[in-house]
Design a binder for this molecule. Structure first.
Ligand code: FCB
Length: 482
């Protein structure tokens, strides 16, 4: 059989200074949630409530990153990463959420940042990746309007401690998931189910984001942005109802947070969608549209939507695409959607700076690993998505970095440890780290600044086709709505 030769044209290389990174988040990888003076977070409570997380898994040990961060940074360096996106656990730094800082908690992030910089890896810090101090949850969490001040105070503590060395800050990770999963559908902490609360929580997330950006402008010297999850929405048919379902889910998921931040107003569709649950009078948008330095985009899949009156608030639900590849979380593999999401966001919000702050997939890796985990499905996933990122750059998107989700296998929220997203395998019995084939592939992409993407995947790595018919996701736990 003849093979198509690799194309002879000059390989595309990514822009100079492109950040090649991997991402994690505190509760998902750190473990030791109560060590060194830290107090519990709402995720600690959620995971310790029987029945809420698959197999009763908790983040008590997770990938033990809190204790093994040196080994992990060494691994990053061996893979050639020049950036690492991690989040800070608010309740390590401020155990009560506000007030007195815990020096030992802060010292962990201080050491981590120094360790990274010693290996020429840029720290990219997310302030809030879903774990809220339990002490603040007791005061209403995201429903309490004071949270904007609490968050700005917490953010300022970190800016003061780390901005001399940290050049990239993100305020919130995926606020849409926090309200949809945490306040409307109850699948994530704090596990509430109220349309009324979801609207309030969203608004306070936006106010908190704005307050942290203002605090940064007062003292910070580098870049700050927001991280949203974007998922192009396509109608399942040409019917008017399905087209309108796609539009309303687009407004709900993709524009609920970025429209206020870039345009100073909510998508008008939201009021109709939320009905009585939408605050009257219109929420005050003051202080939300602060200038930000970049938009972080987390991309996993698209949504093919049909009209569904039962599904609130957007009255749309996802239609599984037959014959397409799905990951272990049941998400369709759809690389083109990454280009589409970036190009659309640029069209809507103008020439802003973008980072892909998360992209990756859970596939069926084994629990124990020998020398190599041959995760060719993930290799293929990464290659196709990196090519899609590159097409976005070619289309004019100012994309300055890419972070694979995730560096390590970790605690995947309500799925517990059942979904492995890492490019590095973690054996949870021994905590042994084993780079998967995808880590080697990614290292080669980084080493060549993207040129390796032009080498046919067939020659780069042995072809193992995606399994055609992925099993539908079956977990005891209600999954996130993606
Ligand atoms: C994103 C989250 C991240 C991880 C991936 C799989 O929505 O930001 O923490 O759970 O999904």
């Amino acid at each position: 059989m003849t093979r198509t030769p690799a194309r002879a044209k000059t390989p595309f290389v990514f822009p100079k200074g492109f950040l090649w990174g991997a991402a994690t988040s505190a509760y998902q990888v750190e473990g030791s949630p109560l060590a060194d003076g830290a107090a519990p977070s709402n995720w600690h409570r959620f995971a310790h409530t029987p029945g809420l997380v698959a197999s009763g898994d908790t983040g008590d040990v997770a990938s033990d990153h809190y204790r093994r961060y040196r080994e992990d940074v060494k691994l990053m360096s061996e893979l050639g990463l020049n950036a690492y996106r991690f989040s800070v656990s608010w309740s390590r730094v401020l155990p009560r959420g506000t007030g007195k800082a815990n020096p030992r908690g802060l010292a962990f992030y201080d050491r981590l940042v120094d360790e990274l910089l010693a290996k020429e890896i840029q720290p990219f810090v997310t302030l809030f990746h879903w774990d809220l101090p339990a002490a603040l949850e007791d005061r209403g969490g995201w429903l309490n309007p004071d949270i904007a001040d609490w968050f700005a105070e917490y953010a300022s503590t970190l800016f003061r401690a780390l901005d001399d060395r940290v050049h990239f800050w993100a305020t919130l990770n995926e606020p849409w998931v926090v309200t949809d999963g945490g306040y409307l559908h109850g699948t994530l902490a704090p596990g509430h189910r109220s349309l009324f609360e979801a609207a309030i929580a969203s608004h306070n997330l936006l106010r908190a984001h704005g307050a942290a950006v203002r605090a940064y402008r007062a003292n910070g010297r580098h870049a700050i942005g927001l991280v949203v999850n974007l998922e192009p929405k396509h109608p399942a048919s040409t019917s008017a109802r399905d087209r309108s379902a796609a539009l309303s889910s687009e407004a709900y998921m993709n524009r609920q947070f970025s429209d206020p931040v870039f345009r100073g107003r909510y998508p008008k569709e939201l009021r109709a969608m939320f009905g009585e649950a939408w605050p009257t009078p219109e929420p005050d948008m003051a202080g939300i549209q602060e200038r930000i330095d970049f938009l972080g985009v987390n991309y996993y899949t698209r949504g093919v939507m049909r009209h569904d009156p039962e599904s609130i608030p957007e009255r749309a639900s996802r239609v599984r695409q037959r014959g397409r590849v799905h990951t272990k979380t049941g998400w369709e593999v759809y690389p083109e959607g990454l280009t589409e999401a970036l190009v659309r966001a640029r069209r809507r919000y103008g020439d802003i700076v973008f980072y892909i702050t998360e992209n990756g997939a859970a596939f069926g890796d084994p629990d124990a690993a020998a020398d190599l985990v041959p995760d060719s499905a993930r290799v293929r996933y990464l290659r196709e998505h990196l090519l899609a990122a590159r097409r976005a750059i070619e289309a004019g998107v100012d994309l300055r970095g890419y972070f694979v989700w995730s560096l390590l296998d970790n605690f995947e929220w309500s799925h517990g440890y059942s979904k492995r997203f890492g490019i590095v395998h973690v054996d949870y019995r021994t905590q042994k780290r084993t780079p998967k084939a995808s880590a080697r592939f990614y290292a080669e992409v980084i080493r060549t600044n993207g040129a390796a993407l032009d080498v046919s995947a067939r020659t780069a790595l042995p072809p193992v086709p995606f399994r055609r018919r992925a099993r539908s996701p079956r977990t005891a736990q209600p999954s996130r709505r993606r």
